[in-house]
Design a binder for this molecule. Sequence first.
Ligand code: PLP
Length: 445
Amino acid sequence: MNDSQHVNDELFERAKHAIPGGVNSPVRAYGSVGGTPRFLVRAEGAHVYDADGTDYVDLVASWGPAILGHAEPSVVKAVQDAAALGLSFGASTPSETVLAELVERRVSAVGPNGTDVRPIERLRLVSTGTEATMSAIRLARGFTGRDLLIKFAGHYHGHSDGLLAAAGSGVATMALPGSAGVPAPVAAQTLVLPYNDIEAVSAAFAEHGDRIAGIIVEAAAANMGVLAPQPGYNAALATIAHEHGALLILDEVLTGFRVSSGGYWKIEALDGPAYQPDLFTFGKVIGGGMPVAALGGRADVMEYLAPTGPVYQAGTLSGNPVAMAAGIATLQGATPAVYAHLDSTADVLAAEVSQAFEREGVAHSVQRAGNLFSFAFTDATPVDYADVQAQDAWRYPPFFHAMLDAGVALPPSVFEAWFVTAAHDDAAVNRIIDALPAAARAAAS
Ligand code: PLP
């Protein structure tokens, strides 16, 4: 055992006596990869540092928010300046409107006939992605007067009751069917369908159409590993939902402002006719590392929220001025050049990892959605959760640990996406590439 591991071991033991499982979010416990989680004390650029000072090139990026790199100077300065003016007012601030306008402008596309499509007319700021999706669903139910919700197996939308059925992310990592503590009548309001199967959606609407408030879908699934929608799938969901008077909630908490300046919707909208989700949810990048998330969409739906409408939603820290400053600085820093860098870095890394696996004869599928990527240990190309679950997931822990020993921090679960940042320069990428041969050998054995 090296010293670093010793320090982390001690911290983990102590944490376990103070915090359930020693962590405040389950995947951090390294349950599916084994070993001791690294306790991080500092992060800068593409690097994170554990309590022992060991430096890792980071491919987690705080699960997405650190798109510009950790502790990016313009973001840190914006936060410091805002903090000096007061941490929280519990009242309206100008910066909330600035962030909302930035989001509304960025999530837009010019349609094929030259029309400007702007599906977000109003935005409500909250603090976590869970709050955003939970509130969007309540709003969809309030607006339609219906109760049922469709979600897809392997999609993660946070940990609110009713969304944990066949959820991806930590729930998939722990191989749980859902969560204890969710009342059966609540769970029964969620219809869980296989992903990328439009027939299944049509069949559900044929049977329950007048009771379905909406469909919630990750814009591109990235919580069962990355699994992009088939071309036209999200647009078809919009069409079916609208034919039946239901709403489409496009969950861009993970993909929003990460895979393009306007999220996955914008990639699809620039590629073909723009479909119109009724509501979007955002998180992660929108706060640049501070607790910010949002729901937004059609004005007539959004105005159903209190105080103008009957659907209640609120938050003491919603629109917090320090968090707003981080979000604004991050979005302003996320320029076209940044997205080009993320795309090319993802291309290089995905190809290098794939070649390393090939050299060792490790069957795998490269999973991509824009600059998000991951690897499924299977010969086939997965299209849904069942396919992803059928992979040789046991190959990931030895791969993960070989990379960690070489100073590269990957997501501690095969069911999570890998995240690159604007700060992943040649030196960082080369360290990752250098670590790959031994790690691929570990995955092969
Ligand atoms: N929706 C998606 C697509 C997510 O990936 C996540 C978190 O990973 C959430 C919702 C929940 O966000 P939060 O962890 O901020 O509650």
